[in-house]
Ligand binder design. Structure first.
Ligand SMILES: Cc1cc2nc3c(=O)[nH]c(=O)nc-3n(C[C@H](O)[C@H](O)[C@H](O)COP(=O)(O)O)c2cc1C
Length: 312
């Protein structure tokens, strides 16, 4: 029997990826941290650490805590800021033949707009991923991503500034019904959705009797959140993304090829890998190779054959 190699390519809006495996924001800096382990061109895309208008130091340490089946982080959006990113980090990434998706954070609408407009104009930015899990300072400190009307207003305004790069909105799981938020983002012009960001959590040192993180609370990531992420990808796929033809970049606890297949079946077009890189920095290319093999075994011509395919 002749077996044909699967075509690993997928598209996320207007963004073409040679395979569906990307990094997750915040888990490999601006790509350079992984470039010492393998050729980044092996990946479908690189998603950068969140970029803000001005440089940020983030929260003081400890800002990471290992917990059972995952970790808590409260990095506080430490990053070099827009100017240094465009000057130093983006040109370095352009050397690799891999699409770059820049994750953007902000605490006011104006900040998001300025950063997104500058990135859209910069050569080498294939996608913009809006991190809407940040407190909205102007509108009372609530996260942009938890109120559908606030989110829709932001996405609509950003959409007007972004014409070249694919606009991806990254959803927070810390909401009552993620489908409501997903619908607001898509109605306002999101071309793709990524989900999920971290779940809010707390780690306590039982003997010292205080929180482990200086910030007290942090975001939970890793295998512990995978079932939650899968449920949310499925819900968004069924209620919004599937019927509207909007691709999902799925993430949350992905470590093994089986995890990737589960996310595709739940409704993802592509996936991001975050915390697993702390265990094995070569997880990305291993998943690409493993997925190619798995697709052959399943008789699938492409990853898209699995997207949303869940029997029963
Ligand atoms: C150390 C760390 C830093 C992160 N920084 C960001 C960030 O800057 N922006 C963002 O949108 N998500 C950030 N995330 C969330 C991840 O991109 C991802 O949504 C989440 O960790 C779930 O995926 P995982 O279980 O594969 O890590 C961070 C996660 C971790 C663990």
């Amino acid at each position: 029997m002749i077996r044909h190699e699967p075509d690993m390519g997928v598209t996320l809006g207007r963004l073409k990826m040679k395979n569906p495996i990307a990094t997750a924001s915040g888990c490999s800096g601006y790509g350079e941290e992984l470039a010492q382990f393998y050729d980044l061109a092996l990946l479908g895309a690189i998603v950068t650490k969140s970029i803000t208008l001005r440089p940020r130091e983030g929260h003081p340490p400890p800002r990471l805590a290992e917990v059972r089946a995952g970790m808590l982080n409260a990095i506080g959006l430490a990053n070099v800021g827009l100017e240094a990113f465009l000057r130093d980090k983006l040109p370095a990434l352009a050397r690799f033949e891999v699409p770059v998706i820049v994750n953007v954070a902000g605490s006011t609408r104006e900040e998001y707009l300025e950063v997104c407009a500058a990135l859209d104009a910069a050569p080498g930015v294939a996608g913009i991923e809006l991190n809407v899990s940040c407190p909205n300072v102007k509108e009372g400190g609530m996260e942009f991503g938890i109120d559908p009307a606030t989110l829709a207003g932001l996405v609509q305004d950003v959409r007007r500034k972004v014409s070249r790069a694919t606009l991806i909105v990254k959803l927070s799981p810390n909401v009552t019904d993620i489908a409501v938020i997903a619908r607001a983002a898509v109605d306002a012009g999101a071309e793709a959705l990524s989900l999920i960001n971290t779940l809010r959590g707390l780690a306590i040192d039982p003997w010292k009797g205080r929180p482990i993180l200086t910030n007290v609370t942090g975001g939970l990531s890793g295998p512990a959140i995978k079932p939650v992420a899968l449920y949310m990808v499925r819900r968004v796929w069924e209620q919004v993304a599937g019927p509207r033809g909007i691709p999902i970049l799925g993430l949350g606890g992905i470590q093994f090829v089986e995890d990737v297949i589960e996310f595709l079946r739940a409704g993802a077009t592509a996936v991001s890998v975050g915390t697993a890189n702390f265990v094995d920095p070569e997880t990305g290319p291993k998943l690409v190779a493993g997925l190619r093999e798995a697709l052959e075994r399943l008789g699938c011509g492409s990853p898209g054959d699995l997207t949303g395919r869940l029997e029963g």
